[in-house]
Design a protein around this ligand. Sequence first.
Ligand code: MLT
Length: 274
Amino acid sequence: MKSINILLTQSLVQDDLVLKDKNVIILDVLRATTTMTVALANGAREIIPTESIATAVRVAKGSKNSLLCGERNGKIVDGFGLGNSPLEYTPEVVKDKALIFSTTNGTLAIIKSKFAKNCVLASFLNISAVVDYVNSIDEDFTIICSGKLNDFCLEDAVCAGMLLNKLSAGRELEMKDSEIAAMNLCNDLAMLLNVPSQEKILRLFNISEHGKYLSSIGFEKDLEIASKLDSYPYIPLFRNGVVKFKEMFEGESSQKSKMKRVNIGVKKEEVKEK
Ligand code: MLT
């Protein structure tokens, strides 16, 4: 690994092919990557991110046992089953369901990574697990901060800075202005807010534009959940159009290889009989 690039808003990805064969980390701390991690941990079968409400509705029509999920301006989309508050994604509601997602910024960032070699979703909930995953691959990565409506957002940038701080330990990484800015922003806030890390993150949310907005429309509890550092140590991967935990994909591939062995076994038996 020589470099970890940070794109401070997903609008900087002008063409999906820019990320072709790249390793990508997606951040939408308030709230898409936070909520998706909670939803999968609570038993959702898979998450299908879509680039628009219309696409989400169309995909849901063809999906069994699915729920339409997402927000516009932070509030549930009319006609959807769930909004984008992690509090809504309880085991009783999401277990074994396919969640068809459309949010203002987060799902757009994920969809733009459809040609990536590896794409992992990160937030403060799983930051250390994501660092371990990135270290296990040990190749260059691009961190995409979803931002808000094509603008910079503080919480994604600070989370990117914290990721970079952890990943640069013991490494001489090439850094440009975005990486230097994100790391210093994270370090300065850590110095400024001399309270425990989780409290620092909650304070960060309460001074951020979107954090203040979410509180103003009744989602202050979402900020508390999103601030709980490493409370969900899972690796949500975006692969073949769906988001699942890494072990869910691995479980599927080992099942497929077992089936292949069984089929080959059956074929061999048939050949012997002939
Ligand atoms: C986004 O996609 O920008 C966020 O998830 C919006 C939100 O949930 O408030």
